[in-house]
Design a protein around this ligand. Structure first.
Ligand code: CP
Length: 305
């Protein structure tokens, strides 16, 4: 394989295992660049990447911007609060006006599921989904795959446990598809109110008790409780959630000795994960962030170079 089938990255659901493998292998060569004293290479010189973020972001936005700059592309960005969306301009008009300035790619985060897919239908520019509502976060799933393979060597037969607010998590949806597609076994666990009925159709096993989900796990990923997307009444309190599903040293006694702990960020310390777990020897959470730059360099270079 020497190219992707689409000029967009909209979701893991659109990527074949061969395409995922191609992106991961490209990211391996990008990762090496990040350890050089001069972290800049020329393949995207003359290209322009626009970042349009209609929801807050630290990791995704900065790492896409850094990825573009490491590849010598020009970057500009705008957030909803600083754009003419505040004056009533709709999404398609906003996107058409951005396209009129001739960027080569638009990286977009939006609170509505399907917003990047809509742009891809209307525009000629490459669209990269940086998280759409509760639907998908494909670049996060790709960096999670990269980080797991870096730590574990391969995906075949690996037991991945994803814990928390699965219903509202675009990361969970993309990760379930990504890990099962690459040969891992995914188990999800959380409060029954946050486990939607379609998870088995996506390829995940569902467990309602944390100890059952953690038993023999090679990879444990905790997710943030997404209060901003939840209807009231889905959880009694953060304290009760933490007591039942929060990861602490005692609860992790059942996992494999060489297991790794992941979290896409941002972490609510003391809610989904105790500080000693987040900062402990099993944690690869900051490796996920570093690898995010390499994976996003791979995505940009495969779409634009
Ligand atoms: N993981 C993730 O999407 O983090 P940000 O919201 O900070 O981009």
């Amino acid at each position: 394989m020497n190219s992707l089938n689409s000029s967009h990255i909209l979701g893991i659901s659109h990527l074949s295992p061969d395409e995922i493998e191609f992106i991961l292998r490209t990211a391996e060569s990008m990762r090496e660049i990040l350890d050089r004293p001069i972290k800049k290479v020329p393949p995207l010189r003359g290209k322009t990447v626009v970042h349009v973020f209609f929801e807050p972001s630290t990791r995704t936005r900065l790492s896409f911007e850094l990825a573009a700059k490491r590849l010598s592309a020009d970057t500009v960005g705008i957030s909803a609060s600083a754009s003419s969306v505040e004056k009533g301009e709709n999404l398609i008009d906003t996107a058409r006006n951005i396209q009129a300035m001739r960027p080569d790619a638009i990286v977009m985060r939006h609170p509505f599921s399907g917003a990047p897919h809509l742009l891809a239908r209307y525009l000629d520019t490459s669209i990269i989904n940086a998280g759409d509502g509760m639907n998908e976060h494909p670049s996060q799933a790709l960096l999670d795959l990269f980080t797991v393979r870096e730590a574990k060597g391969s995906f075949k037969g690996l037991k991945v446990a994803i814990i928390g607010d699965i219903a509202h998590s675009r990361v969970a949806h993309s990760d379930i598809m990504a890990f099962t597609r690459m040969g891992a076994e995914v188990t999800v666990c959380g409060p029954a109110t946050l486990l939607p009925p379609y998870l088995e159709d996506l390829g995940a096993r569902v467990k309602f008790r944390l100890d059952d989900a953690l038993d023999g796990a090679d990879v444990v990923m905790a997710l943030r409780i997404q209060k901003e997307r939840q209807a009231r009444g889905l959880l009694p309190s953060n304290r009760e959630y933490s007591m039942t599903f929060g990861l602490n040293m005692e609860r992790l006694s059942g996992i494999a000795p060489d297991a790794i702990i992941m979290h896409p960020g941002p972490i609510n310390r003391g809610v989904e994960m105790a500080p000693e777990v987040a900062d402990g020897p099993w944690s690869v959470i900051l490796d996920q962030v570093t690898n995010g730059v390499a994976v996003r360099m791979a995505i940009l270079s495969l779409l634009l170079a």
